[in-house]
Design a protein around this ligand. Structure first.
Ligand SMILES: [Zn+2]
Length: 349
């Protein structure tokens, strides 16, 4: 089958279109999917560069997100059948360890992500375990049907944002939520989830067009974080009270301001640190203000069901920035690396 692969760690020059063996249905719960679209995430760029502790066999198929049509299924598969249009949770769990038994699948001791630890979605076929696979829902009129590029753009960022906002930070109506760097997929989705939860949302970006888009998505206030002191603005917007929740993914460049913006009993939740991983906290402020500092990664099966259900209600519809054919997948990586996108960069297969 045709696939877009990484031939070795390095830069985007290590990407290539290749002919590789197609995966087959082997286990009773395997679902073989003919992929119609794949979506890129920043994780794909990290995988290209190489991550500590990650050893891949090359050529390695990139891509975490995807959607397609079920082509064949293992003997015990009952929830989907050949011909069904499906999307899937890109996090693979063992469903046997103590964390899986407790329903915390993204804490699984064997947790792996498509495209990072195992072959990904930039290919004509993929095999996914049935518990991860869901029919693409059809939202009620007047919403148009979900397209394959939209379905491919949905899973990773929506699942990640949902767990951060709802499960970890426990955002509730009336909370003030600060979302950094709202141009990114997780951040723009976190903004929408926080609005669904009834929060007052302050969103930041360095880009005027992205701030305008954030207002369209429901942001109550937008701040250009290159022009203003974000923490001071949040304090002033909340009558010195500070934010209840800060959604972090930036790391060293924003952390100090995130904590200065955080009010009493505040929660800061992070899913990454693109500007650097080492963060400082003054323990006196941590205990006196009784902050929660929360990590979050992907989500569990119940959370994935919840976001797919919302998609079926016409909510949290993914934002697609651009769609290119598989043969031009390198352009999609270049666009993602440049950071100019507004929504997901999608590859059609
Ligand atoms: Zn497990």
């Amino acid at each position: 089958m045709r696939a877009f692969v990484l031939t070795g760690h390095g830069d985007l020059s290590r990407l290539a279109l290749a002919d590789v063996p197609a995966p087959e249905v082997r286990g009773p719960l395997d679902v073989r999917i003919a992929l119609r679209a794949a979506a890129l995430n920043h994780l794909d760029l990290w995988t290209v560069r190489g991550l500590p502790g990650l050893s891949l066999r090359f050529p390695h198929i990139l891509g975490g997100d995807g959607a397609g049509v079920v082509e064949s299924v293992g003997s015990d598969v009952t929830r989907v059948k050949p011909g069904d249009a499906v999307l899937f949770n890109p996090g693979l769990s063992c469903y046997r360890c103590e964390y899986c038994h407790a329903g915390e699948h993204s804490l699984c001791v064997e947790y792996r992500l498509l495209g990072e630890h195992v072959a990904g979605t930039l290919a004509e076929y993929i095999v996914i375990p049935e518990p991860n696979v869901f029919p693409i829902p059809t939202p009620p009129a007047p919403h148009p049907p979900i397209t394959f590029p939209e379905a491919a753009a949905f899973s990773l960022v929506t699942l990640t944002a949902w767990r951060m906002v709802m499960t970890r930070a426990r955002v509730k109506p009336g909370d003030t939520v600060l979302v950094w760097g709202v141009g990114g997929g997780v951040a723009s989705t976190a903004l929408r989830v926080a609005k669904l939860a009834g929060a007052f949302v302050i969103a930041t970006s360095s880009n005027a067009a992205k701030l305008a888009r954030a207002r369209e998505l429901g942001a109550d206030v937008t701040l250009d974080h290159t022009a203003v002191d974000v923490a001071r603005e949040v304090r002033s917007l909340t009558g010195k009270r500070g934010a209840d929740v800060v959604i972090e993914h930036v790391g060293e460049a924003t952390w100090e301001q995130s904590l200065r913006a955080l009010g009493r009993g505040g929660r800061v939740v992070t899913c990454g640190g693109t500007t650097g991983p080492m963060l400082m906290v003054d323990v006196r402020r941590l205990f006196w203000y009784q902050w929660d500092i929360l990590g979050s990664t992907m989500g569990n099966a119940e959370e994935y069901r919840a976001v797919v259900r919302l998609l079926g209600q016409g909510k949290l519809r993914p934002l697609v920035d651009s769609v290119v054919p598989l043969a031009d997948a390198r352009q999609a990586f270049e666009r993602l690396a440049a950071g100019d996108q507004m929504g997901k960069v999608v590859v059609e297969i």
